[in-house]
Design a protein around this ligand. Sequence first.
Ligand code: CA
Length: 756
Amino acid sequence: MKIRYLYYIVLGWALSLPACNSPQSRVLVRDLQAFEQAVRQARPGDQIVLANGVWKDAELVLKGEGEPDKPIRLLAEEKGKVLLEGQSNLRLGGKYLEVEGLVFRNGYTPTGEVIAFKVNDDTLCYNCRVTECVIDDYNPPERFDSNYWVALYGQHNRFDHNYLVGKRNQGVTLAVRLKSEDSRENKHRIDHNHFGYRPTLGSNGGESLRIGTSHYSLSNSNTLVEDNYFEWCSGELEIISNKSCGNTFRNNTFFECQGTLTMRHGNETLVENNYFFGNGKPNTGGIRIINENQTVRRNYLQGLTGYRFRGALVVMNGVPNSPLNRYFQVKNALAANNLLIDCDHIQLCAGSDEERSVVPVNSAIVSNIFYHHHKKNIFTVYDDVSGIEFRDNLLGPDMDFPVYKGQVLKQGFERKAIEFESKDGVLTAPAYPDIGPDQRIERPGGHNTGVSWYPKRDYRIHFNTGKVIAVPAKENALYEAVRQSAPGDILELSEAATYSHTKSIDLVHPLTIRAAAGLAGKPLLTFERSSLFNIENGGSLRLEGLSISGKSSDDKPGNAVIRTSRYAMIDNYQLTVADCEVRDLDVNHSFEFIKIFKHTFADSISLINCHFENITGNVLAADKETDDLGIYNVENVVVDGCTFKDIGGLALGLYRGGTDESTFGPIVQLSRTTFENVGQNRRNKYAAAVLLHGVQLARLEELQFINSKKLKLHLIVGEPVIELSSIHFEASEGIESNDDAWVGNQITYHQNQNKQ
Ligand code: CA
């Protein structure tokens, strides 16, 4: 009896062993060769462990076949201590593979993807998972060298709990590809990821997530995107570009993202229980509806300021018999039980024009709350909305109903004072528990997405966070101070004397350079090289209270006070010049104040209360992207309270060519400024004082042009918003534009000038 009992125990133990002959193994590998051997030998249930340390130029290929309960796993010896750097990447292909705990940083992929869910087109992934991996600032030096950080191919894969931060080059951060039959109906799950900072690209191709492409957009993807956190994802107009059918976006948080979740192509999308926090930041957007059978319900949208295609809720017009890559008509759309608070723009029939002429049909906007504490009028109706049924929607008590062609659309809206409760920065309307997200579901944020073992990166540009350093008026003292500075430092020029420079100053982090308080005059900066300041990757600059002269500069064409890197820059920069005087940039014929090179991009350039005088070239010409691909050099420009006198070239020039509609900028404010004898240099190829070509938003007010060349406005892309007021021309050439429709009547002309 005893023996028989033992026999059964032994038999039971033997049956519990893996089917293969050897037991499951865990192999620690220290180099690529050992890794490749381990992959060749891997059996279901095996673990391949990468040793701690830097893996340089490691192109990992994990190919194998695990089993449902016995995946082949690729692990880090310790999470956060296995660092893939240089030209490293990962491809995986086969079945039941899992990857966990890797970090990609300090380099960029030599191929089109950092992590690809395929080895090649014949070996895709099925039931594979990548979890708790980090890709951090892993960019090529050239911003238009396009790649994906992650591409999903195959079916039934999961990408979860990863942290992707600091993608700066062109190309989608995470793409779901539907290129072959084997990658459709894929039912991927993308969840609990932290999509971190993604700066404005200044072009199409800055999406954080794209599912499909227009070519395969009528195929089902059936991807589930849930519980992700999108933080400062502002690459372009589309944070998410949905381009296939049957996808679900559920319970994601979008924090201060300048763009929208766009149902660009494909049908039967469900967008529910998502949170959009704009916090009043510019261009923050919500949800954009295009195509058929889209459902948008129980979302929370707060403080979104975006207009037109980046409104809080946008329903687009379509193109008759649209080709795959244009705009299909909206049919059977439902937007229900959404809670929109302090969102500035709801856009209906957006994009209505000669081409986009078909209006939404069989659609409904039902039981939503549109509540704004400060703004009465949030609806813009661009076309006939009779194909949208409005029912049981609530408006704030003082708010305006939507209006189309003078007709007030009251039906389906009721004005009402609503009591809100605030919890963790989210408002709820207790009287309407079914409007807004289901509060029982945990909201994604920085704490419950991504990984816990890697620092959160805040790659936004921060000024004045460091120490204040006094700089005496000695030759190259500022050069030395900059070299020894730390990010965010303030270099304070302590004497109202001349600071001369025999070397150019390279800026590689944000710095403020300003006059000390209480000086008798402005410190004067002079320089001998072809430039004084070079903004290199990472550099940003604020100049305050200084005087700058070009008198000491070499007699060479192409000099500039400030220039960007001569090469493509992957990092965006910011530049502010305030309360400064700039004179005598005239030792040769085309001396510029700010010289911008191709494939560089400024988040903002501001000239505030400055005086520019006796300059042979341009003060600011952001006009280097001449390929007409919708690429441009600066997002926001402010020129306020300035005088420009005796300037040979442009006081301001902005150029964005092409018809692409993926971006917001350039955005320009030009105000309280005088132009006297500007633009008359025969080398000024634009023959203008100010050139605004392809800008998206321009506010021009209180401008005076005296004896100056034209104000040239060439406005073609999208639906530019142009506001002109109080513009005076005296002995000047006036305005030249491609369209007079927006030229208001607040423009005056004196003496012998022509409006052209
Ligand atoms: Ca796009």
